[in-house]
Design a protein around this ligand. Structure first.
Ligand code: AMP
Ligand code: GLY
Length: 421
């Protein structure tokens, strides 16, 4: 098969790493990719609008498109391929536009969860027309107050405040366009106090297979303090996710979600990610994502021992029920090396040294590019250092040893990944 992989982060490097090992693969193209994916396939320097992607798919005889980030799925790339005669035969891994609303509209996701009795935080939906009712709802809540822009806001659409006046002011700002169209509708949510876990399935829309679970560390600072980031590290499996908890997650969340997808005739052929909060041993959905997580992919994907491309193909051909996904029982951990200043202002173009000295970890590159025979930084999250171990401690030891060996000016990483496990 010829595969086109869309995206440029550590997640896409991890997907490229695994797909490139498949006996089913003929040629792998990555759009746009990074300095790491370059050694696994051909990076394409092109616009990423649907028309350009379509032309290249025909030129390169692409059989499957794997979509890393959510934006194109929410825009309807799968529907575009399905309704274009010359592209119909190409499999697009992911949901159609209707199903991608599970991530693309938090209000849609809430209604879906309520219809299928899927546990989630209580909420109130506010827009400019019912703002007064929204403020009254806020009045009835206890702090902290959770406000969420309905649409995609590049991971910045959730505001949590301790103070009611501040929450009311933030609501006002969001409704007046702070997040553009994404914030025209805002959800005020009940705050859930607990511990988070990311759960992943691969589905063909009818049946599903569990993928390894993971925990990511979103805050920039140690002990989960400071600003939210794309993710500063991850571990898989999550030690507290025992069979009893996973059974509850499957019964109360995964199964009814699949039921809802079926009943709504949505097309879903890809990974579905459940962002969960565990409160007193009971799981609640914080959010759905219609793709793999990043940096979760950097620990989940390497733990898949069987052929990922074969599994993705099964998801696109309604034959997932015949697949057995084999999982490595060891623990994987990943530590992100970031550019100092991230997630706010940071510099780019710093020369990265030491990658070749890493023997006990896998280096998944993210914000990197090649420049005059050097690999230089090109983003906030620069790379993910993934290691295996017989337990979390051993896996982390290898990742931290690699973090010391790789260097670039203003390198920053959290030294406490897994601290709460
Ligand atoms: P999201 O962008 O939906 O993943 O939200 C970002 C982060 O905000 C989540 O990872 C949680 O840590 C936190 N969060 C979101 N919703 C809630 C909630 N209802 N209660 C507590 N924390 C939340
Ligand atoms: N790690 C969080 C995300 O991928 O959305």
């Amino acid at each position: 098969m010829n595969v086109l992989l869309l995206g440029s982060g550590g997640r896409e490097h991890a997907l490229a790493y695994k797909i490139s090992q498949s006996p089913m693969l003929n040629k792998l193209y990555i759009l746009p990719g990074n300095a790491g994916t370059e050694s696994l396939g051909k990076n394409l320097t092109l616009q990423s609008d649907f028309a350009t992607i379509a032309r290249k798919c025909i030129d390169f005889r692409i059989d499957m498109v794997v979509v890393g980030p959510e934006a194109m799925l929410v825009k309807g790339i799968k529907d575009f391929f399905q309704r274009t005669v010359s592209l119909k035969h190409i499999k697009v891994v992911g949901p159609d536009k209707a199903a991608a609303q599970l991530e693309g509209s938090k209000a849609f996701a809430k209604k879906f969860m309520n219809t299928y009795h899927i546990p989630t935080a209580g909420y109130f939906e506010v827009n400019n027309k019912n703002k007064d009712k929204g403020l009254r709802f806020l009045d009835q809540q206890k702090p902290p107050f959770v406000l969420k822009a309905d649409g995609l806001a590049a991971g910045k659409g959730v505001i949590i405040c301790d103070n009611k006046e501040q929450a009311a002011a933030s609501l006002e700002e969001m409704l007046s366009g702070k997040f553009g169209k994404a914030g025209k509708t805002v959800l005020i949510e009940e705050f859930l106090q607990g511990i988070e876990i990311s759960v992943f399935i691969l589905t063909d829309g009818k049946s599903y297979a569990m993928l390894p679970n993971a925990k990511d560390y979103k805050r920039i600072g140690e002990k989960d303090t400071g600003l939210n980031t794309g993710g500063m590290g991850a571990v898989s499996p999550v030690p507290f996710a025992n069979k009893a908890l996973m059974d509850k997650i499957i019964e109360r969340i995964v199964e009814p979600t699949i039921q809802g997808i079926k009943e709504n005739n949505m097309t879903y052929e890809g990974v579905l990610y459940f962002g969960l909060m565990i409160v007193d041993n009971d799981p609640y959905v914080i959010e759905y994502n219609v793709r793999m997580g990043d940096p979760e992919a950097e620990v989940v994907v390497p733990r898949i021992k069987s052929d990922l491309l074969e599994h993705l193909n099964a998801a696109c051909t309604n034959s997932l029920d015949k697949e057995t996904i084999k999982i490595d029982q060891r623990t994987a951990a990943t530590v992100i090396l970031a550019s100092g200043g991230y997630p706010e202002k940071y510099e780019k173009g710093k020369i990265i040294t030491g990658i070749d000295n890493i023997k006990k970890s896998i280096v998944f590159q993210a914000g990197t590019k090649k420049e005059n025979n050097n690999i230089v930084t090109n983003g906030g999250r620069v790379m993910a250092l993934t290691s295996f171990g017989k337990n979390l401690k051993e896996a982390l030891k290898h990742s931290y040893s690699a973090a010391k060996k790789i260097d670039f000016d203003k390198k920053y990483y959290r030294k406490d990944i897994g601290f709460d496990l």
